[in-house]
Design a protein around this ligand. Structure first.
Ligand code: SF4
Length: 462
């Protein structure tokens, strides 16, 4: 746990990170408030969205088969990937068949989860991240720290420096200028790319449509310019109908960026564009485990809006890298506790269980309850000896607190102990790491009971 404590302390002491997070999240949460205030009945809309996702995930495999049939009939190749190894193999085969040596990759969280960029490189192709935020992260050789705002942890000055030093752009601290310059330099990559790779926000079983939302137009360029288009997406993105997608699209941009709608909403048909080859890779990578994991199945309802990160008081201070997993924040912690329990042990303790994430979630995922469940599972996995020790200590504590005489004795014992062995107790607490975050409070000069009976005797109480 000391690793996590050090990480948190480092993040809290990082003035640049605090400034970047404070500014970006304050603005995004203010926009969220305004965007939601324009809707008539947000709770009813959230109920409907939750019901759509519950229904879709409940029939996920059946809907995916219908979706696959629509795409196959229209000439799109559908591939099923159990894990990152399968994706890697498919990418290698596609690159080899189409002689791909230049790829533009649009922002996709499932791609981060699978190490997609490396898989494409290993298949012999160069990779340019086409989303502005992702491109900055790629140049900085970092990982994204937010689901939809990958470089939220950087200030404009940091971005200016990265683009100047690694992207050969003139130094600037003006976000509009930086974004314009980067957009211009990306254009040539789109024009020369052999393959465009993107994710998807929703897959529609009824019509075989693939829905992608974005603000920069890079996904649109990525699927329309190169001769090969590959969609890599999680199986849980499936929806029954386009009407379902329309309802979720009323919430997704508002919750994600406080916009009524993103600048571009692409609804791709089931067929590839003329003269193009299209592949859709449907990725499981642990999702079947979530599907069969009782209440944790709710995690598959997530539409990756990122709102739970924005409102989380812990994320607001430590940022996404502190969580140490692909998906940060409340949704990441809950998912990691199921899919990568060994990696999640530390981040589970970051949560304060305040419930702000569950409250904001547009599809009503009970994130705080799932994190609590994750803690119970992590506890059950701990060594039996540790659990025995903890139980013994709690048993002693309960005994000491549950009888008047024992309570008094423990209080006196505590005071005497501090008076006689104060230095040693402090040293022991130090050693156990108890005083890492806060100093132990000094005992009050007199017992509460003594103080109370003194007031009584003096007649201060009626
Ligand atoms: S858990 Fe809910 S709030 Fe968090 S990213 Fe998913 S849909 Fe959005």
């Amino acid at each position: 746990m000391s690793g996590l404590r050090d990480t948190v302390q480092t993040k809290l002491a990082d003035a640049g990170l605090q400034e970047a997070l404070g500014r970006a999240l304050a603005s995004s949460n203010a926009k969220l408030e305004t965007a939601l205030s324009e809707l008539d009945d947000v709770p009813a809309l959230k109920d409907a969205a939750a019901e759509i996702r519950r229904h879709a995930v409940g029939r996920m495999w059946q809907l995916l088969e219908t979706f696959e049939a629509r795409l196959r009939d229209a000439g799109t190749t559908v591939l099923w990937a159990r894990d990152a190894t399968d994706v890697r193999r498919y990418i290698a085969e596609i690159c080899s068949v189409h002689k791909v040596s230049k790829t533009v990759l649009s922002k996709t969280m499932v791609g981060e989860e699978l190490g997609l960029e490396q898989s494409i490189k290993d298949a012999g192709s160069s990779v340019i991240q086409s989303d502005v935020g992702e491109r900055i992260i790629q140049l900085a050789q970092q990982s994204p720290s937010h689901i939809i705002l990958p470089c939220i942890h950087l200030r404009a000055a940091d971005v200016g420096k990265i683009l100047h030093e690694r992207g050969r752009m003139p130094y600037s601290e003006d976000p509009a200028e930086l974004s314009r310059g980067l957009g211009k330099s990306l254009r040539q990559h789109f024009l020369g790319a052999h393959m465009g790779v993107s994710g998807a926000n929703f897959l529609v079983a009824e019509t075989g449509n693939i829905v992608c939302v974005e603000n920069e137009g890079n996904i649109r360029m990525g699927y329309s310019v190169p001769p090969v288009h590959v969609v890599v997406t999680g199986v849980e993105k499936i929806l029954p109908t386009l009407a379902d997608a329309r309802l979720l699209l009323a919430l997704l941009p508002r919750l994600a960026t406080g916009q009524r709608a993103t600048c571009y909403t692409s609804i791709l048909g089931p067929a590839p564009l003329p003269g193009q080859s299209r592949y859709v890779i449907l990725v499981d990578n642990g999702r079947s485990d979530l599907f069969g994991a009782g209440p944790c199945r709710d995690l598959l309802h997530c539409i990756r809006c990122g709102a739970c990160l924005n409102v989380c008081p812990v994320y607001q201070r430590v940022g996404g890298h502190a969580y140490g997993w692909t998906y940060p924040g409340p949704i990441g912690t809950a998912m990691a506790s199921m899919l990568a329990p060994d990696e999640a042990v530390e981040s589970l303790s970051l949560c304060t269980l305040c419930g702000a994430c569950s409250e904001v979630c547009p599809v009503r995922i009970p994130l705080d309850r799932l994190i609590l469940l994750g803690r119970a599972t992590a506890r059950a996995r701990r060594k039996a000896s540790e659990v025995r020790q903890e139980r013994r200590a709690l048993r002693w504590f309960r005994r000491a607190m549950s009888g008047r005489v024992r309570y008094r004795m423990s209080d006196w014992g505590h005071r005497l102990g501090l008076a006689w062995w104060g230095g040693r107790v402090a040293a022991m607490q130090e050693k156990l790491g108890w005083r890492g975050e806060r100093a132990a409070p000094e005992p009050a000069p007199q017992l509460f009971r003594t103080w109370w009976s003194g007031r009584r005797k003096r007649g201060d109480l009626k």
